[in-house]
Design a protein around this ligand. Sequence first.
Ligand SMILES: CC(C)(COP(=O)(O)OP(=O)(O)OC[C@H]1O[C@@H](n2cnc3c(N)ncnc32)[C@H](O)[C@@H]1OP(=O)(O)O)[C@@H](O)C(=O)NCCC(=O)NCCS
Length: 151
Amino acid sequence: MNVRPASPDDAAELARIHAAMVGVDLTGPWRDRLAQYLRGQLGGDRLGAFVIDAPAGGLAACAIGVVHQGLPGPDHAGVFGQVQTVVTEQPFRRRGYGRAVTRALVEWLTRQGCTLVTLSASDDGAPLYASLGFTPNRRAMRLVGTPYHRA
Ligand SMILES: CC(C)(COP(=O)(O)OP(=O)(O)OC[C@H]1O[C@@H](n2cnc3c(N)ncnc32)[C@H](O)[C@@H]1OP(=O)(O)O)[C@@H](O)C(=O)NCCC(=O)NCCS
C-alpha cells in the first residue's frame, strides 16, 4: 500500500470523491469551487491530503484536512486541524486504506503545529476514528449562511 501526499493534479478527483461522500448536488457549482480551492491549496501548509491510487486509475482512498487558528485552550495551543474528508472507494474497503490515509493526515496536521484535531464522524468512520484515539464531542453544532444554501 503506497500512501502519498496529494498534489494539485488530484484536485478534480478529490472534489468528485468529496461530493459523493456529501451525497447531494453532486455536479453543482459548489463542486467546481471545491476543485478550484483544492487546486490552489494542495502542496501548501494550510490544507493537506493523503491518497492511495487505484490500480486502474483514479483514487482508491483519500483523507483531506485543513489547519485553523483558534484560541489557545487548556489542553491545546490554538492551532487545530479539521479532518474534512475520509473516503475509501467501495471495492477497496476493509484493507486498511482508510486507517493509513487518516494516520498520514493526522501526522501531517501534527507537523503543522496542530495540538488538537477535530472531525464529524459518520457511522462508517466512527470505529476507525475511535481506534486512532478520537473521542466523541456530542455538543458539535453548525450554522450554514443562507447565501450558500444549495448554491
Ligand atoms: C470509513 C471508511 C473511510 C473506512 O475505510 P476503510 O478503508 O474500509 O477502513 P480500514 O480498512 O482502514 O478499517 C479501519 C478500521 O475501521 C473500522 N471499520 C471500517 N469499516 C467498518 C465498518 N463498515 N463497520 C465497522 N467498522 C469498520 C474497523 O475497526 C477497521 O479495522 P479492522 O479492519 O481491523 O476491522 C469507509 O468505510 C468509507 O469511505 N465510508 C464512506 C465515507 C465515510 O463515511 N467516511 C467517513 C467520513 S467521517
